[in-house]
Design a binder for this molecule. Structure first.
Ligand SMILES: [Zn+2]
Length: 644
């Protein structure tokens, strides 16, 4: 008998001894990090109040109880009962019964009302019907990404359960080594921005943290073939942890599956969905630019299938000797500071991922409070001596002023923006300004992936800033549903209508004017001297955005398409005003990074400054050393640090 088998037998005996004699346990299984207990008496189980919680804390495991398939009531009866138990205001939109596991997935507009106080309504459901309910939110704005991911996972349910069982056995395997060490190997994003990837290793376990591309340098991928990583074969890696969905952290995750990796990816639920959206778009862009992408959409599906979503604050076993906890990072939807507890009190490492330290309109500031941390791996994008950003209040005032002036002239405001994060931040500024009468009300058109990304944000309000979350819970206050917002889904014809119409604000991808519908908007609006182009995000060297920002006012019409009757030859004159409003960054600036470390509890002994250019990482590293007397490093790629 294998050790995992033995372990499960022992657990079954222990659980049985803890339960009242009239509650039976038919089997006990691992599914990923969870322990699943099957019982023939689910209703009695549910009547025992906090029995599950007591078991979980006694066994120090995450526990789910499911009915043995032999005792399930008929789905039609169960459906009726559930409809009786759940209040109408919950807005149940779908009930999906899975007889193989005894689970019923309840999709509702107000999941909180299906859950009830401290889970009381959920318990009532089980008490009455025996099925184990699982609740998901109906997106308040329809999202094709969310519905595609959900229906894909439903379709792949059997295979997914096999994956989870296998991962469960991996996590709970017996530790083989008596040795003790903790090492970090840098595979990318050291003294550069892009291709984030690290290996965290112990004698027992190797974990890959992030696996991104390098924007503008497609060939430069992380050093995945280093001996610490896939050099020793795809099975060398036990788990992948994804801090957030930006492509410089996620783009090459699907590539791992092409290389034969078939283990888990730990990330938050919104990170999973956004990764799906962004990596599929990454393939699309590559195809349009005539490049051969490194993998295909099949691998994106594999990646999604292998995702194990974790919520902020849940301590989770991901290997025999490693526990992972995600915390809000304040950077983009679902972004996570990742805390690793190694061994039983042996060592603690924290990877910041990308962070924003202060609150923004969208997110609470990054969490920097932990039970223990010895080493911090810290992003340094704006770690340079002079990397201070404009105060967000001042930026917002400037943006509103530009909008007011342009509106007065009867022009349009064209804002190139990244679909995820920046766009929603700008939408919130505009919505509030219109509501308060700071700027005149006018249509706000959203083009490209912005609408879809916004829909994903509203599906996961728990991940947003407290007051924003509360507003989304109250449908009539959901700022993203303001009547001014319009999704451009009618293509070129609709754009022409907008161009021919009165004052309006247009938010469109791509954020650096390197393709996408913004090109067409430039064709429509570029020649209009009453309109304004406003840059709200960083424009990288070599992009059309940067060239326009620095004074280019003639662009080849071949770039913008045959709008405005031009024949696709020659040049288009940009007569509109060009303004730059910075200060809407999703990254902490130099002060924010220093404050993150200064107020960190407990303060780490060592800091690795990564994810920034050479100057930024070295500036930040030496400043932290001088100010806080900690050991700091600005590693290069392919270095290994031993911490114990
Ligand atoms: Zn990022």
């Amino acid at each position: 008998m294998s050790t995992v088998e033995q372990q499960l037998d022992d657990l079954k005996a222990e659980i049985t001894s803890e339960l009242p004699s009239d509650i039976s346990v038919s089997s006990v299984k691992y599914e990923g990090p969870e322990l699943v207990v099957y019982t023939r008496d689910p209703k009695k189980f549910a009547r025992q109040g906090d029995l599950i919680r007591r078991l979980a804390s006694k066994l120090r495991k995450r526990i789910t109880v499911r009915p043995d398939p032999s005792v399930l009531s008929h789905p039609e009866e169960a459906r009726e009962e559930i409809t009786n138990v759940v209040p109408d205001e919950a807005g149940v939109t779908d009930l999906d019964f899975h007889a193989d596991t005894g689970e019923v997935v309840i999709e509702a507009e107000k999941p909180g009302m299906v859950i009830g106080r401290h889970g009381s309504t959920l318990r009532d459901i089980t008490k009455n019907v025996g099925w184990t309910p699982e609740v998901v939110r109906t997106p308040p704005i329809e999202s094709s990404t969310v519905s595609n991911v959900r229906s894909f996972l439903k379709q792949e349910r059997d295979e997914r359960r096999d994956i989870l069982e296998k991962v469960g056995r991996q996590i709970h395997r017996e530790e083989m080594s008596d040795d003790e060490y903790v090492r970090i190997t840098t595979l990318g994003c050291c003294r550069e921005v892009g291709r984030a990837a690290f290996i965290l290793s112990t004698p027992e376990t190797r974990i890959l943290i992030d696996c991104g591309d390098k924007p503008g340098a497609e060939g430069e991928v992380p050093y995945l073939h280093a001996p610490e990583a896939l050099g020793a074969g795809p099975q060398n890696i036990d788990a992948v942890v994804l801090t957030h969905a930006h492509l410089d952290h996620s783009a090459l995750i699907p590539l791992l599956f092409k290389y034969g990796y078939d283990g888990p990816i730990y990330c938050t639920e919104p990170t999973r969905d956004l990764m799906g959206l962004l990596t599929l778009d990454y393939l699309d862009v590559a195809a349009k630019e005539g490049r051969t992408p490194p993998y295909e959409s099949e691998q994106v599906r594999e990646a999604i299938k292998h995702c194990i979503p974790l919520e902020y604050g849940n301590v989770t076993d991901i290997a025999p000797d490693v526990k992972l906890t995600f915390h809000n990072a304040g950077h983009i939807l679902g972004s996570a500071v990742s805390h690793f507890h190694i061994g039983d009190g042996l060592y603690n490492v924290c990877f910041s991922g990308d962070i924003h330290y202060e609150d923004t309109r969208l997110f609470n500031g990054a969490v920097n409070d932990f039970p223990r941390v010895e080493t911090l791996v810290l992003e340094s994008t704006y770690g340079g001596r002079n990397d201070y950003q404009t105060d967000q209040k001042d930026s917002e005032e400037k943006l509103k002023e530009v909008i007011r002036d342009t509106h007065e002239r009867g022009g349009k405001i064209l804002i190139p923006a990244f679909a995820v994060g920046r766009s929603q931040e700008i939408m919130l500024v505009i919505e509030e300004a219109m509501r308060n009468g700071d700027i005149p009300s006018m249509p706000v058109h959203l083009d490209g992936m912005i609408w879809e990304a916004t829909a994903i944000h509203t599906t996961y309000p728990e991940y947003l800033r407290d007051d924003l979350r509360d507003r989304i819970f109250h449908e009539d206050e959901n700022p993203f549903l303001a009547e001014e917002f319009n999704h451009i889904d009618g293509g070129e014809e609709e754009r022409q209508d907008v161009a021919d119409g009165g004052p309006a604000i247009i938010l469109s991808t791509s954020g650096m004017v390197t393709g996408g519908p913004i090109m067409s908007w430039l064709g429509h609006i570029g020649p209009d001297p009453d309109s304004t182009l406003v840059f709200v995000g960083y424009q990288a060297q070599g992009t059309l955005g940067r060239r326009i920002q620095t004074g280019w006012d003639e662009i080849p019409t071949s770039e913008v398409g045959p709008a405005n009757g031009n024949n696709g030859r020659g040049t288009l004159s940009l007569n509109l005003d060009v303004e730059t409003v910075d200060g809407f960054s999703g990254h902490a600036d130099r002060a924010g990074l220093e404050n993150f470390v200064k107020t960190m509890n407990p303060r780490p002994e060592k800091v690795l400054c990564v994810h920034g250019d050479e100057r930024s990482t070295q500036d930040l590293s030496s400043a932290l050393y001088h100010d806080y007397n900690m050991r700091t490093f600005a590693p290069k790629n392919l270095e290994t640090f031993r911490f114990l």
